[in-house]
Design a protein around this ligand. Structure first.
Ligand SMILES: [Ca+2]
Ligand SMILES: [Ca+2]
Length: 118
C-alpha cells in the first residue's frame, strides 16, 4: 500500500507479493469498513485501487476473481460508476469518504492487496 501506481501496476504489485487487488474483502461490508477505518483513514490523502473493473466490457462491472458487481457487494457513491471521461477501474475515493468510484485506470493510487491464507 505504499507507492502510488496506476491500476495495472497496482495489480502487478499485489501479485508480486502473492496476492491480488482486493475482491472478497471489498464485497463484505464488515471487512471493507474495517479496512477503511484501520488502514485507509490514517492515510486519507490518497485513492485506493481495488479489484473491480469494467475493462472487459464497458458498463459490466466485475471483480477480478470473476464475481459480478451487485448493489449488495459494492458501495459506489450515488451516481457512480459514471464512466466520466472513460473510467474503467474501481477505487475507494478519498473525496467521497472512501466509497467506491470508477476512475481512469492510468491515474495513480495505492493498492489494496489481499492474499489467500492456505
Ligand atoms: Ca467504464
Ligand atoms: Ca466515476
Amino acid at each position: 500500500m505504499t507507492t502510488a501506481r496506476n491500476w495495472a501496476d497496482a495489480r502487478k504489485y499485489c501479485q508480486s507479493i502473492g496476492g491480488d487487488l482486493a475482491t472478497w474483502g471489498m464485497r463484505d461490508a464488515t471487512v471493507r469498513n474495517w479496512i477503511v477505518t484501520n488502514l485507509i483513514q490514517p492515510r486519507p490523502d490518497a485513492n485506493y485501487w481495488i479489484g473491480l473493473t469494467d475493462i472487459e466490457q464497458e458498463g459490466v462491472w466485475k471483480y477480478i476473481d470473476g464475481v459480478p458487481m451487485t448493489t449488495d457487494n459494492t458501495n459506489f457513491s450515488p451516481g457512480e460508476p459514471n464512466n466520466l471521461g472513460n473510467e474503467n477501474c474501481g477505487h475507494l475515493y478519498h473525496l467521497s469518504g472512501f466509497k467506491m468510484n470508477d476512475k481512469n485506470c492510468d491515474e495513480n493510487g495505492l493498492a489494496v492487496c489481499e492474499q489467500k491464507l492456505s
